[in-house]
Each structure stands twice: as C-alpha cells, then as structure tokens.
Ligand binder design. Structure first.
Ligand code: HXC
Length: 516
C-alpha cells in the first residue's frame, strides 16, 4: 500500500480548522443562548478585560484527542495570559457554552497550569467564573480538580493578587475558590453564588427564594459581604478590575506602582467645616478623604457592606495607599462584627502587598447589644487588633474626632505600632464618651444632687474639657502632634516619604493564629 504524506500547507489548514472548531466552544446555538441570557462568551470577556491583542492562549487543545469528534471543546474553560495597562496577568474564563462551563479534571488542570505560571512569574490571576459546578459525569475527578484549585488559591494567597469575577452561576463547592481569592466582583442580574440552590433550600427548609435574591450581586455585596464589588454590566466589571490592579503590585516582592501626583479635589479650607460642632452629629467621612487624596479619587472596596466603615484604595502624591475610616453617617461610625471583618481583611491584604495604611478615626466604640455579643463581636473585633498589630507596612493614623475605648486601639492607635499618629484639634480620646463615663464615675454625686440633670450636665462638661481632647494623649506621647486639618495631606505625604524604607521585624514563626 502506498504511504500518503501530507504537506505543511495541508497540516496548517488542519491546524486552523481545528483551532476554529475549539474556539467556537459549544457552537452557534449555545452562543446565541448565552447572549440571550445577557452574558458574553468567555472569549468576548477576555477581549474586553485585557489590553487589545495581548491574550495568548494556553492549552487550547487540552482534552479529548479526537479533535474531529470533540464533545467538550476546550473542556469548558479558556486559559492563558495577557496584559492589563501593559502589566502581565494570568487569566481563565469558564465557557458556559461547553457543558455549562462545568469543571472536569482537564478543566481544573488548565486552571491550575495558569495559576502555577502566575506564581512562577509573580503576576496576578484573574478568574472569570460562569459554571454549573463540578462536571457531574466525572464524579470524584471533578471534586479533586476543585481541591487542586483551592490548594493553589491558598498557597498563592499573599504572594500574588487573586481576583474573581462572578459572571454566571457559581454553585456548591465552586464558590470556595472565589472566596479564597482576594477580591470578588459580581455583575448584577447574571452572577450568582450559593452553596445550595433554591430547589434544595425549598426541599430542606421550605423557604421560597429566587436565585438572584439568594445569591445575586446585591445580596453578596450588601448582606453577606462575600463580594467586594458590584457592577451593572460586564464592561463595568472589567473596568473595575483594571482599576483595582492599577493600585496593586504584581506580587508581594514588588512595591505598588507609582502614578503621576495629582492635587486633591476641592479647597482644603472645606476641611474645617465638615465635622459638625455638635459631637453627636454625623457626616460623610468620604468628604474628608476626597479633600486629601490625589484627584479626590477613592476606590472603595466593600462599598455596600458594613457601611459604618469605609475601606479602599487611593493615592497620595502618586503613591498607592489603603484607606481605612469610620463612617459617622452610619451607626455613628461604631465598629460592629461586619465592620471588623471588613477592616481586618482589608488591612491584611494591604500588608501582604506592601501598601501603606492610612487610618481615619472617628469611633464612639464597639456597637453595644445582644445581637453583637451573641454574634461574637469579641472575636471579630479581635481580628482588627490582630490585623493592625501584625501589619508592618507604614501605618499612619489620623484622629479626626472620637477615639473611645477598645475601638480607639482597634483603629490603629500607637500601641498597635502606628508609625505616625496625628490628631485634629477636634479629637476626643478617652476610655468612653463623656455621657457614659459621667453616669458611671459620678453616679452617687448625680443621684444625691438637688438637681440631678443639672449636675449631670455640669459634670459632663467638666469631663469633656478634661479628657475629651487630644492633649492628654499628646502629653503621654500616644499622639505625635495636633495639626491644623488643612495640613493633613502634607503631613501624611511627608510621613509616607519618610516611612517608605521602613523595616520592622516580627519573631520567626510558622504563622500566627488569627481569631476567625
Ligand atoms: C455537567 C452540566 C452541569 C454540570 C450544567 N450542565 N451543569 N453538565 N455537569 N454540573 C450542562 C447542562 O446539561 C446543559 O447541557 C448545559 O450545561 C447548560 O445547562 P442548562 O441547565 O441548560 O442551563 P441553565 O438553564 O442556564 O441552568 C444553569 C444551571 C443548571 C443553574 C447551572 O445547569 C444547574 O443547576 N446545573 C447543575 C448545578 C449543580 O448542581 N452543580 C453541581 C454543584 S455541586 P447541554 O448539552 O444541554 O447544553 C459542586 C460540587 C463541587 O459543584 C464541590 C467542590 C468542593
């Protein structure tokens, strides 16, 4: 029999045909269904996320060797690398048009390969999730695949930034890989996360709930805190991811990227008029932050969750910083369970990635009540003490107004090794607020007074004058200086410059045991 050899042209034609076949994913019908449900395909998503033309695919041919008769082209995930603003990132995008983006052994292996490459190179990993979960037909192989990813998420934590976008269903154990990453972005209307779906919930607890109400973007951004960012479209989500990365170094050995310095938005004179004279009145702390940071630009993390605290990224003279602040407009800025979780996770992220922390304090205390006590405010609040104590990045604290009790310490007081502590003349630093303190320490005097109310008012005023100011703390060295609010930006920038080469060691250990 005559042996037939194929020439290079024929081989190239075959390569192109096979490539096109795999790139077509689940085919035109399923792509149309994906579009009808308001979602983009995996490849469209990568094109929108990455710098144009920068995507390089890895493992296009992974999966079944019989390419002519593929049932799962690409195994339901597109993996590779590219750039965002010219900086390297590794990516995977689950392809819902192929077996619902379900995770098979090969699908998991493709994701693991890009995660391993990202670790070797020191570049962020971004996962675009849109999947029906474990590929049911593959059984334990799919479960092991998830385990392989979870392990890598954990080992990569604190080494490279890890970002997840939820752009479709994300059910069962599949939610745990995103939960192990640093930031979760969700698009409302299309992304959902839950451990058990509405049908199982109905069968077990009798509750009736829709997928969106159970695990949609609003639920996880506002109620559970599982998600950090909410977008109304995929385009907005990719813009947010690109923006987030602009503040971050590519890995824990790098410094965050510098940007050209910009003036803040607004006249610093306004800083004198944001905090009301009445100490019981609230205000929006973001109005102060915007008058201090470059371009007035604060990129809030967890914007809709635990709104009694504000955390986010900003720049000062071009240098990225992590901002943490109490929000007096919400729950009077008290710290509660959710705010403690929000702040401590953010502080730890910044510390992992060499981002200095600037903390604005106006905190009346931890939120009282049985709901908080029974919910474990003690161990949640302790996370803040732990996270700030553990952090060795430059730590600058500005006391704007109230700084009471344990919450004063938890917001990075000097005892937790803040490097710079500055107070505005409006600062009140004490064990507790004047009203509460007077009721305890002068109970007898007040009850025995001819006019208890007048006596309480007099003692409260005396207490306020004696303790509710920054000068006692200054006299002990707990606060470095009392400053004119208009000098705040300059003082923080100066501090950041001096602290840029800060070195602070900690004892050698395997790892600490943070309260969780
Ligand atoms: C295999 C799956 C699949 C899965 C979906 N498909 N999920 N194939 N394994 N897990 C397939 C469907 O058969 C269908 O194939 C295609 O994907 C699209 O699915 P539809 O159901 O038509 O889409 P839709 O109506 O949009 O519903 C999407 C869905 C639903 C809500 C995700 O498919 C669903 O409930 N899937 C199962 C979810 C689930 O229970 N997964 C296991 C979770 S447990 P065709 O060929 O018709 O296009 C888990 C354990 C992980 O993940 C543990 C880790 C520790």
């Amino acid at each position: 029999m005559e042996v037939k050899f194929t020439g290079i042209e024929e081989k190239l034609a075959q390569l192109e045909r096979w490539r096109a076949k795999i790139r077509a994913g689940g085919g035109p019908k399923r792509v149309a269904k994906q579009h009808e449900s308001g979602k983009k395909t995996a490849r469209e998503r990568l094109d929108l996320l990455l710098d144009p033309g920068s995507f390089v695919e890895v493992d296009l041919f992974a999966g079944d060797e019989d390419i002519e008769h593929l049932t799962n082209p690409g195994e339901g995930v597109v993996t590779g690398y590219g750039t965002i603003d010219g900086r390297k990132v590794y990516v995977f995008a689950q392809d819902f048009t192929v077996s619902g983006g379900s995770l098979s052994r090969v699908h998991a292996a493709k994701i693991c390969k890009v995660m391993d490459l990202a670790m070797k190179v020191g570049a962020p990993v971004i996962g675009l999730n849109d999947s029906g979960g474990a590929r049911i037909q593959e059984g334990v192989d799919a479960l092991d695949g998830y385990g392989q990813i979870f392990f890598r998420n954990t080992i990569a934590s604190g080494v490279i930034p890890q970002v997840s976008a939820i752009l479709g269903p994300c059910a069962g154990g599949a939610v745990y890989s995103p939960a192990l990453t640093d930031f979760v972005f969700m698009v409302s209307g299309i992304g959902q996360m839950f451990i058990t779906g509405p049908q199982v919930i109905k069968a077990t607890t009798g509750e009736d709930i829709t997928m969106e109400a159970l695990g949609g973007a609003v639920t996880h951004n506002q109620v559970s805190g599982v998600a950090h960012f909410l977008a109304h479209s995929e385009e907005e989500c990719f813009y947010q991811i690109r923006r987030l990365l602009s503040f971050l170094p590519s890995n824990n050995m790098e410094e965050p990227p510098l940007a050209p310095p910009q003036d803040p938005a607004g006249d610093p004179q306004q800083l004198l008029h944001i905090i009301p004279d009445d100490p019981n009145k609230g205000y929006d702390v973001r109005d102060i932050i915007r008058l201090l940071v470059d371009g007035g630009d604060l990129f809030e993390v967890h914007q809709y969750y635990a709104r009694n605290a504000v955390v986010g990224f900003a720049r000062l003279a071009g240098r990225p910083v992590g901002i943490v602040a109490n929000q007096p407009n919400h729950l009077a800025g008290c710290l509660d369970i959710n705010a403690s979780d929000k702040i401590s996770r953010f502080v730890r992220f910044c510390d992992c990635f060499n981002i200095p922390l600037v903390t604005f304090m106006d905190v009346p205390g931890f939120l009282p009540g049985t709901a908080q006590e029974f919910g474990g405010i003690i161990r949640h609040g302790a996370k803040m003490l732990y996270a700030y104590s553990e952090a060795t990045v430059p730590k600058i604290t500005i006391i704007l107004r109230k700084a009471y009790g344990g919450a004063y310490l938890a917001m990075c007081a000097s005892a937790l090794r803040a490097d710079t502590v500055l107070a505005w003349p409006t600062a009140e630093i004490a064990v507790m607020g004047p009203e509460g303190a007077v009721n305890i320490i002068y109970r007898r005097e007040i009850s025995e007074a001819e006019n208890p109310e007048a006596m309480r008012a007099k003692l409260t005023q005396e207490y306020r004058e004696r303790f509710a100011n920054p000068y006692v703390a200054c006299s002990r060295g707990y606060v470095d200086d009392v400053i004119d609010p208009r000098d705040t930006r300059e003082r923080i920038i100066n501090s950041l410059e001096f602290l840029a080469d800060k070195q602070e060691g900690r004892p050698r250990k395997k790892h600490g045991n943070m309260p969780v």
